[in-house]
Design a binder for this molecule. Sequence first.
Ligand code: DX5
Ligand code: ZN
Length: 220
Amino acid sequence: MSSSIKISPSILSADFSKLGSEVISLEKAGADYIHIDVMDGHFVPNLTIGPEVIKKLRPLTKKTFDVHLMISPVDNFIKDFANAGADIITFHPEATNDTAKTIELIKNEKKKVGISLKPKSKIELLENYLHEIDLVLIMSVEPGFGGQKFMPEVLEKTRNLYEIIKKKKLNVDIEIDGGINFENCNLVKKAGANIIVSGSTIFKENKGNLKKNIETLRKN
Ligand code: DX5
Ligand code: ZN
């Protein structure tokens, strides 16, 4: 497990009319990854962007594209997102009927594999696959929308997951996503998360000063 903190701004809170320049600004502001939320209006009650948009963003930055798929069924789209330029492909176990197969599909594309847990989803859903994946994305809001309130009950799950990963001596990152702000980011780091996703805080705090907001999330 990496001990350094990575910040993965969610472009869900960006201005979609100028997504390209927003991504370039995030890179300049010190983002480590670019978090891209893909929603299908079925797995979650909202619609966002698909592989064509990601493909257009890909030449603009070398930053890791951290693609969070909230689509079901997920398998048929993995190749499209891989070809579009995703570096990490994260799916929800509820969006597939064969988690092992979905992991294999992502690995066949030579991409990093993430599994995401909704606030009420239990670690048991992915425990058997931990040795095969690169990242666990813990949702600290119900997936679907930016700007929601952080659910502190996921801290215990984060701590438990951290202990399991440590005990098994695995190299699996813990990413946390939803409602992260300057106050609670310290709690999630202490619980064991090492990749912090943030949309509203990064794009809206301090009049949208991306650099200041990324730095503050990193050091708080
Ligand atoms: C919600 C998304 C999040 C969201 C985070 O379904 O997965 O990535 O954009 O946004 P904030 O930081 O505003 O909660
Ligand atoms: Zn997300």
